[in-house]
Design a protein around this ligand. Structure first.
Ligand code: C5J
Length: 217
């Protein structure tokens, strides 16, 4: 069983019961000219995760281990988007509005899909989620149970929003989570730093944190 030198201490996982969970690496969040950048965000803060994550996914796949991808987004009629979520944010850039890559965060649109560099391989699960957390209103719990998964290595964006929400909930559901620090990103450097600290604080209140290069299979 691999052991990773992590914060706050060693993280040991069984390869037979561990999945890599890649959260929301979507064009709407990461591509220059897209939704994220149109809100004034610096997408380079997210894009620095692409190369280390692509390399880690290659290693993980070569070992025959499972990857589960998620995408945040909504049905074209927005029936799964609560008004409170829809109405928040800048009025000119709301979910469902036309954007540079199609309707913003709408399933089936170009911008909603995963960036080319991290495209899911055939057979890998892609979980569409209407919320920030990957368990809410999705089949994720079922997928993990059927796959016998007990531990998660977590990557994706954004650290303090969808990664945090998912890791907190996974922790409550009894999954052990190692967050890959170089493979998660926030538009805000301060949130990235503190977001990672919060996970590993108090003896690992939500999980463990380490760079992907510390994981040796
Ligand atoms: C956000 C996400 N930040 N995937 N979504 O709205 O973190």
């Amino acid at each position: 069983m691999p052991t990773v030198e992590a914060r706050p201490g060693p993280f040991t996982f069984a390869e037979t019961s561990t999945a890599l969970l890649v959260i929301d690496m979507q064009r709407d969040f990461l591509e220059p000219g897209g939704f994220g950048e149109s809100l004034g965000n610096d997408v380079s803060q997210l894009r620095r995760t692409i190369a280390p994550l692509a390399a880690f996914m290659t290693t993980w796949r070569a070992a025959g281990l499972p990857i589960i991808h998620t995408r945040e987004g909504h049905l074209p009629d927005l029936s799964d988007c609560p008004p409170a979520k829809l109405e928040r944010g800048a009025p000119s850039k709301r979910i469902g509005d036309p954007g540079a890559f199609g309707r913003i965060l709408i399933r089936g649109e170009y911008g909603h899909d995963i960036i080319d560099e991290l495209r899911p391989a055939p057979g890998e699960a892609v979980v569409d989620k209407p919320g920030k957390g990957a368990f809410y209103a999705t089949e994720l719990q079922d997928l993990l149970e059927k796959g016998g998964i007990r531990s998660l290595l977590v990557a994706g964006v954004t650290t303090e929003v969808c990664v945090h929400t998912t890791v907190r909930e996974a922790n409550d559901r009894g999954y052990e989570c190692l967050v890959l620090a170089d493979c998660v990103g926030s538009y805000f450097p301060e949130f990235q730093r503190v977001g990672l600290q919060m996970i590993a604080a108090q003896g690992g209140i939500f999980g463990w944190v380490a760079d992907s290069t510390s994981v040796r299979l």
